[in-house]
Design a protein around this ligand. Structure first.
Ligand code: FES
Ligand SMILES: [Fe+2]
Length: 388
């Protein structure tokens, strides 16, 4: 079990006030976005437990294919073994703690540590130790890689360090909302022919708390003023179609139709992406993953807190055959790169505002920002046990 750092809530805010403020439709106190002890608490109470998006299943479809990542500061490797079983391991050598697989992704016959050359089979067993006879080692079966819980949702691989619920419980009724939103689950359909796009896979940093980033994805109230030439130029941003999961779970389905002027570019191929009535649709999986679809093609995204004031935004792009490639590419660039750059400026400005010491928790707009409030309530519910 992860330990929880002691935080004296009264130093930062009164928990009773937080309840009251959220109830009154106000945002979380600024300390939630700036304080290092809150950040550590989030790592213990949210990120060490939550199932985290690692890659699409198709990224590890062949034996030996692997993907590495980091979850709550723990290096992780996901790999498919020779019997096609998918595994997740702590990517740390059981000899003297060197991270074993250092590429982001690749294909291997076995996992060999670069420090002293110990080699592990794709199912995690330690199989080769240089100068073995001189080692006087404990039984090799006690020195295998440490396995981690792994699961898939919508054809996407999730790993958790110390889960407190199943992946199914974490996603709640999201699959149903996605179906109702017209999503056709291309990642779990081997016939969909999705292929990774190296050019649209990468990451960038935002100098803002991860919740500022998540909240920016949780409303389109800002789309007109912030994105007049990007989102608002290509999409009907006025009345986004969205729904939240029930039972206190935060999951979001949101969609924006293409503007009339944009439709001719995509309409001739509508059949190829039947089930995606949107130019841009996103599904937010608590606490920090996004599945994107629509005329922009299919993309995954994960928001990783790297500090109280910084977030790494990782994204993976996939091509869907049959879509007009150049048009998809242009739309994706317009929205995710140009629009993303506009968001980055805003998010970093918001972070400075939160840190100024001259901002008191403001009100949310009950309609257009209902999702922001739902997200903040979920954050508060997760952290409250460590703060009361
Ligand atoms: S630390 Fe991996 S072989 Fe020594
Ligand atoms: Fe935005």
């Amino acid at each position: 079990m992860a330990t929880v750092d002691a935080v004296t809530p009264t130093q930062l805010f009164d928990p009773v006030d937080v309840d009251r403020q959220l109830e009154a439709g106000k945002v979380l106190p600024p300390a939630f976005y700036t304080d290092a002890s809150i950040r550590r608490l989030e790592e213990s109470l949210i990120f060490r437990h939550a199932w985290q998006m690692v890659c699409a299943e198709l990224d590890v479809r062949e034996p030996g294919q692997y993907v590495t990542t980091e979850i709550a500061s723990v290096p992780v490797v996901v790999v498919r073994d020779k019997d096609r079983v998918l595994h997740a391991f702590v990517n740390i050598c059981t000899h003297r703690a060197n991270p074993i697989m250092d590429e982001a992704a690749g294909t291997c016959h076995h996992m060999r540590c670069g420090y002293h050359g110990w080699a592990f089979a794709l199912d995690g067993r330690l199989t080769a130790v240089p100068k073995f006879a001189e080692g006087n080692l404990p039984p090799l079966e006690t020195l295998g890689l440490r396995p981690l819980p792994i699961g898939t949702f919508a054809g996407i691989v999730f790993v958790a360090l110390e889960p407190q619920e199943t992946l199914g419980e974490q996603v709640g009724e999201l699959a149903q909302l996605m179906t109702e939103a017209g999503y056709d689950f291309p990642f779990s359909n081997p016939q969909s022919g999705l292929e990774p796009i190296a050019e649209h896979t990468g990451d960038y940093s935002v100098d803002a708390n991860w919740k500022v980033v998540a909240e920016n994805f949780a409303e389109c109230y800002h789309c007109g003023p912030t994105h007049p030439g990007t989102f608002a130029a290509a999409l009907e941003v006025g009345k986004p179609d969205w729904a939240l999961t029930q039972d206190g779970k935060f999951g979001l389905a949101a969609g924006l139709p293409l503007r009339k002027s944009m439709k001719p570019k995509f309409e001739p191929r509508t059949a190829e992406y039947a089930g995606s009535p949107y130019g841009f649709a996103q599904f937010f999986v608590w606490p920090n993953a996004l599945i994107l679809t629509g005329a922009i093609g299919d993309h995954l995204m994960r928001l990783d807190p790297t500090g109280p004031r910084s977030t790494r935004l990782a994204y993976w792009g996939y091509k869907r055959p049959g879509l007009p490639e150049d048009e998809v590419d242009a739309l994706y660039k317009l929205l995710m790169y140009d629009g993303g750059a506009e968001d980055k400026v805003i998010m970093e400005g918001v972070q400075r505002g939160l840190e100024s010491g001259f901002y008191e928790a403001g009100p949310t707009m009950a309609g257009p920002e209902a999702v922001v409030s739902a997200f903040q309530r979920q954050v508060w519910e997760a952290l409250a046990p460590g703060l009361r």
